[in-house]
Design a protein around this ligand. Structure first.
Ligand code: MV4
Length: 672
């Protein structure tokens, strides 16, 4: 067994491999780019080495640098994770040349399975069923057209070297065949530098069912059942599950045995996945992935095995931990991939800071594999996956309920995510009823991607109450730093009453301006009126660590409310996200003044209270003066750390818009 392994990857898979290595008592070496210096995988490893700039081509893809680090740190083996160098035969060969174990299959198996056409030739020799088709070397149009006629339309034209659907064309009519071949050739040449094509019968409603296989260096090979990964969009998996629902047991066994035959045909060692299309009770080999896959946790959940442990044991020369007749499956598991992406803008990847990131609690039913923590950022440099949410239960229906619930509880604020989209799938009747195939997402697009709707009245009520609570907090803080312990800011209402006892707040909901009026009643109760909608009584309001609780009418309501300056994000549950922007003229004025050292009245009003003295040193953001204007209370804050050089007004003074209220001499180098 190895003493030390190096993990040539980042994010959730690096973190996941490190956890197992640690459990096995193996020392771990992480590698990272400049951008990942503070990443989770770096923090988890026993040792970490920076291998280059943010761009993967200059860091995680630098096999030479990584091998040098392995030598320097005494690592005897390298786990490549998935992506990056995991299916790079050249890197596996370089590891062997350096006397370092590549935790993956033999070089020749990677090479054969990397070619669609070659892998199909080997598979047909091993009696693994293939989609009826043509994968010969003759590539002239006449041969291809004759073969297409023999196969029967519709046919699929695929790039031999391809993957991920690139260079793929469906042809329904022989008249379109020549154009499709020309197009696929161009695409294949551009993407893979190889324009050879293969033809297949086109299956119209296939399911993607893949078999997890494992082989050791002692001649043993097993299958760990299957995963159904039919829910994809643009060849990106969205939700995976194990076992494949309503798959007859004899098909499961035959598919497993075919996958083991496929692995044996290429002298496979380690973890691999054999992908099949399944339609009308038949299955067909499409390709083999010679790595551990993103979705391996669903297999772990139904078999109770740790596949990374299996990989490490096999790579160190041990036999498989269990043989076929010892492997049992139990229950049902789902995995949903949480991405920073915007489903409303064609799933455009999103970047930004994960201001709030609270996964559901992990337990025997819920597992979260992630490479990021609250406060980390999703950047342009790497895949925008935030986490994999994995759930397990005895039956598919029970597991699906767990998935739906865990998604609804997932809190992500700071970047737009696909959580609502995933929640919609998990709650869809057709998904529950196993009406699944690779066309599912397209077919149910309208249900899964509803057009953006205005924030409901409930959302505006919650936003207004959250703003109120924030101002309470600020006012209390201001009073504490002031000299007057009997300040009206400390009254039970927590709010200085206006003459007519109400308070208007304006929010931007997209382009729409929406107004909420809060009427103050005795005992911390408010009548909240959303313009154009009804009025509701709010009592027992509190906002603690981003959780707003309130009784609205007779209903106890709880929601996550995160405020980043004037941006308000409300997570009311069920995966929903409501976004509003507080339209606060005072805050805008303060922002434009930021750094100038001059603090002017954003609008005509009355000075309520002065919180600092001339000559006083203040921190950035310190409250300086409270101003009442346009029925709202505003806190004038220090734009940067510095010294108060002038206080131009006192409590009770009327001020005109634009007059200078105070001035600050900003500390050198501290400009906002
Ligand atoms: C197919 C097919 C239908 N008929 N082959 C897409 C990528 C590649 N890995 C295999 N793919 C397909 N091959 C035949 N003969 C439909 C697909 C396909 C697909 C397969 C698996 C998962 C999602 C998919 C989405 C669209 C098309």
């Amino acid at each position: 067994m190895f003493d030390t392994i190096l993990i040539a990857n980042r994010g959730e898979i690096a973190a996941r491999v490190i956890r197992t290595a640690r459990r096995l008592g193996i020392r771990t070496v992480a590698v990272h780019s400049d951008a990942d210096a503070k990443a989770l995988h770096v923090a988890l490893a026993d040792e970490a080495v920076c291998i280059g700039p943010a761009a993967a081509s200059e860091s995680y893809l630098r096999g030479d640098t990584i091998l040098e680090v392995a030598r320097l740190t005494g690592a005897q083996a390298i786990h490549p994770g998935y992506g990056f160098l995991s299916e790079n035969a050249g890197f596996a060969a370089a590891c062997a040349d350096s006397g370092i174990t590549f935790i993956g299959p033999p070089i020749e198996a990677i090479r054969v399975m990397g070619s669609k056409a070659e892998s199909k030739r080997v598979m047909s020799g091993a009696d693994v069923p293939l989609v009826p088709g043509y994968h010969g070397t003759a590539q002239d149009l006449d041969t291809l057209a004759a073969e297409a006629g023999r196969i029967g339309y519709p046919v699929l034209v695929k790039a031999s070297a391809g993957g991920g659907g690139k260079g793929m064309r469906v042809v329904r009519d022989p008249a379109d065949f020549a154009d499709a071949v020309a197009g696929a050739r161009r695409e294949a040449k551009a993407a893979f530098g190889d324009d050879s094509l293969l033809l297949e019968k086109y299956l119209t409603r296939p399911r993607h069912v893949e078999i997890q296989v494992f082989a050791d260096t002692h001649g043993n090979a097993v299958y760990l059942f299957e995963r159904d990964c039919s829910l994809q969009r643009r060849h990106q998996k969205v939700i995976e599950e194990a076992p494949a629902p309503s798959l007859p047991d004899d098909i499961r066994r035959r598919m497993g045995e075919a996958a083991v035959a496929a692995a044996r045909a290429v002298n496979y060692v380690g973890a691999g996945t054999v992908e099949f299309l399944y339609e009308d009770g038949r299955f067909y080999f499409i390709e083999m992935n010679t790595r551990l896959q993103v979705e391996h946790p669903v297999t772990e959940m139904i078999t109770g095995q740790d596949l990374v442990e299996w990989q490490i044991r096999v790579a160190s020369g041990q036999p498989l931990p269990l043989m076929q007749d010892q492997l049992v499956r139990k229950g049902h598991a789902f995995e949903a991939r949480l991405y920073a992406e915007d489903p409303q803008r064609d799933f455009l990847p999103q970047t930004g800071r994960l201001v709030r990131l609270r996964p559901p609690a992990e337990n025997a039913h819920v597992r979260v594999d992630t490479g990021v923590r609250e406060g980390d950022s999703v950047t342009v440099h790497y895949d925008p996956m935030i986490a994999k949410l994995i759930v397990w239960d005895e039956t598919r229906d029970a597991a699906l309920r767990r998935l739906h619930r865990a998604l609804a509880d997932y809190q992500v604020v700071g970047v737009t995510t696909n959580v609502a989209f995933l929640t919609a799938i998990a709650g869809h009747a057709a998904f529950k009823d196993v009406e699944i195939d690779t066309g599912f997402i397209e077919r149910h697009r309208d249900d899964l991607l509803p057009p953006p709707a205005p924030v409901p009245g409930r959302g505006l009520v919650l936003a207004a109450l959250a703003v109120l609570m924030r101002r309470h907090g600020e006012a209390r803080a201001a009073a504490r730093t002031g000299t007057d312990p009997h300040s009206p800011w400390l009254l039970a209402t927590g709010w200085r009453l206006n003459d007519d006892n109400h308070h208007d707040l304006r929010f931007l909901d997209g382009e729409a301006l929406r107004t909420v009026t809060l009427h103050f009643r005795a005992g911390g109760t408010y009548e909240v009126q959303v313009e154009g909608e009804g009025t509701v009584t709010a009592s027992s309001v509190s906002l603690d660590d981003g959780t707003l609780t309130v009784v609205l009418g007779a209903e106890r309501v709880r929601a996550t409310v995160v405020m980043q300056k004037d941006d308000i994000t409300i997570l009311p549950g069920a995966g929903l996200v409501w976004r509003l922007r507080l339209d606060d003229p005072a805050a805008k004025a303060a922002e434009t003044e930021g750094g100038s050292g001059k603090l002017t009245a954003p609008m005509p009003g009355t000075v309520v209270r002065v919180l600092v003295d001339e000559g006083q040193d203040v921190e950035r953001g310190a409250p300086l003066m409270l101003l009442e204007a346009m029925k709202m209370e505003h806190t004038i804050k220090a734009p940067a750390a510095g010294r108060v050089t002038a206080v131009n007004f006192a409590a009770g003074d009327q001020v005109a818009e634009g007059v200078e209220l105070l001035s600050i001499e900003i500390e050198e180098g501290k400009k906002a």
